[in-house]
Design a protein around this ligand. Structure first.
Ligand code: OSB
Ligand code: MG
Length: 370
C-alpha cells in the first residue's frame, strides 16, 4: 500500500472527573488523532502522550512535530507491504514512541480494513473477550476512594488499581482491604513516586496481598527495581521503564519485575507490543494492557492487542463512560458482561469513528499529501 494522505487533529476532551496521579492532576485529555488514507481505505490512530511531559518526555507538541517533520514523510516515500514493516522504517529515529505508535496503529487499522479482517485477527489475537479492570486516581479522602471502589466493583470490573504516592499508600490500601476483604483483585500504581530509601514502607505493603505494585521506583530504572523485588513478596510490574523488547528482556533477566504492563504508545506501536508479548509468554511473564486515558480510537487498539493470549491479567481498558461524557467512536466501549469487553469482529478497529463528535473538540488540524 502507498499512503497518500495523512490528517492530524488535536482534540481536547474534558474528563468527567479530575484524574490525579503521583505526577499531577488532569482535568482534560488532549490527544492527536491520526487518519491515514490509501486506495479508498481509511485508518485511525490516537496518540497517548500526556499534555505535559510528566509521564514520559513526550507531549502533543513533540508528537505533532515528529509526525509532521519525520514520520509522515518517511511513510509517504515508502511502499508498505505489511504494517509490521512500519516500526523498522522508524527504528533509526530514537524514541518518540508515542508519535511512532499513533501513525503505526493507523496503518494497522487501514491494513486490516483492506484485508477485510478485524485488527485483532491481523495481530494474531485469539481471545474473543477480554477481562478489564479500572484505574482509580488519588482521591481527596479515603471515604471518596472507597465509594469509587464500591461503584466499580458493582460494575463488575475484574481488577481495581489504585494510584499511590508517599503519604497516600498504607492508609487507603488498608481501608480497601478492611472494607472489601482480601478476595478482591487489588493492585497499586506508584508512577515512580518512591526510591529505595522508602523500602520500609514498600515492605509494609506486602501485608495487603496486592496482585502487584506497578512502577514503584524511577521511571528509567531497572536496577533498583531488581533490588526491591528481592526484598518484597508483592510482584513488581514495570510500566514506565519498558520501551522496547530489549528493555523487557533486560528487566526480566535482572529480575526487576514479574509482570509487564504493555502500553502500545510507550513501546512505539503494535508490532513492538506483539514482540514483547511473545517474549514474555516464552519466559512465563504475564502481561496486561495499560491505559493512558484514551478516547475511543486508543481504546479500540488496546482491546485488539489485549486479545493476544498472554494478556492473562485484566487491563486498564475500562468502558468509555469511565472517563467520557461522550466518546468519539460508535458504539462506545461498554462491558458486555461484568468486567468483560467483547473483542469486535468487524474489520479494522471495529468501531465507527464519529467525525462529528471529534470536530466539536478539535483545537488544531492539518492535512498532509504525498
Ligand atoms: O501509569 O498507568 C499509568 C493514566 C495516565 C498516565 C499513566 C497511567 C494512567 C493510568 C490510567 O493509570 C489508565 C487508564 O484508565 O487509562
Ligand atoms: Mg502505570
Amino acid at each position: 500500500m502507498k499512503i497518500n494522505r495523512v490528517d492530524l487533529k488535536q482534540v481536547k476532551m474534558p474528563l468527567k472527573a479530575p484524574f490525579e496521579t503521583s505526577f499531577g492532576r488532569l482535568t482534560y485529555k488532549e490527544m492527536i488523532i491520526v487518519t491515514v488514507y490509501s486506495e479508498g481505505y481509511v485508518g485511525y490512530g490516537e496518540s497517548v502522550a500526556m499534555p505535559f511531559p510528566i509521564y514520559n518526555e513526550e507531549t502533543n507538541g513533540t508528537v505533532w512535530s515528529m509526525l509532521e517533520e519525520f514520520l509522515i514523510p518517511r511513510v509517504f516515500e515508502t511502499e508498505i507491504e505489511h504494517p509490521s514493516e512500519v516500526s523498522d522504517l522508524f527504528s533509526f529515529m530514537k524514541r518518540n514512541n508515542m508519535a511512532k505508535a499513533a501513525l503505526e496503529c493507523a496503518i494497522w487499522d487501514l491494513y486490516s480494513k483492506q484485508k477485510s479482517i478485524s485488527l485483532s485477527e491481523a495481530l494474531g489475537g485469539k481471545l474473543t473477550e477480554i477481562e478489564v479492570g479500572v484505574s482509580i486516581g488519588i482521591e481527596d479522602t479515603v471515604e471518596a476512594l472507597l465509594l469509587k471502589v464500591d461503584q466499580f466493583l458493582k460494575e463488575g470490573y475484574k481488577k481495581i488499581k489504585v494510584k499511590i504516592k508517599p503519604g497516600w499508600d498504607i492508609e487507603p490500601l488498608r481501608a480497601i482491604r478492611e472494607t472489601f476483604g482480601y478476595e478482591i483483585p487489588l493492585m497499586a500504581d506508584a508512577n515512580s513516586a518512591y526510591t529505595l530509601a522508602d523500602i520500609e514502607t514498600l515492605k509494609k505493603l506486602d501485608e495487603f496481598k496486592l496482585m502487584m505494585i506497578e512502577q514503584p521506583l524511577a521511571h528509567d530504572d531497572i536496577i533498583d527495581h531488581a533490588k526491591l523485588q528481592q526484598e518484597i513478596s508483592t510482584p513488581v510490574c514495570l510500566d514506565e521503564s519498558i520501551h522496547s523488547l530489549d528493555d523487557a528482556r533486560k528487566a526480566i533477566e535482572l529480575g526487576s519485575c514479574k509482570i509487564i504492563n504493555i502500553k502500545i504508545g510507550r513501546v512505539g506501536g503494535l508490532s513492538e507490543s506483539i514482540r514483547i508479548h511473545d517474549y514474555c509468554a516464552q519466559n512465563n511473564i504475564p502481561v496486561w494492557c495499560g491505559g493512558m486515558l484514551e478516547a475511543g480510537i486508543g481504546r479500540a487498539h488496546n482491546i485488539a492487542i489485549a486479545s493476544l493470549s498472554n494478556f492473562t491479567i485484566p487491563g486498564d481498558t475500562s468502558a468509555s463512560d469511565r472517563y467520557w461524557q461522550e466518546d468519539i467512536i460508535y458504539p462506545e466501549v461498554t462491558l458486555s458482561k461484568p468486567g468483560i469487553v467483547t473483542v469486535p469482529t468487524e474489520t479494522g478497529i471495529g468501531f465507527k469513528v464519529e467525525e462529528k463528535i471529534i470536530s466539536k473538540y478539535v483545537v488544531k488540524e492539518c492535512e498532509y499529501f504525498s
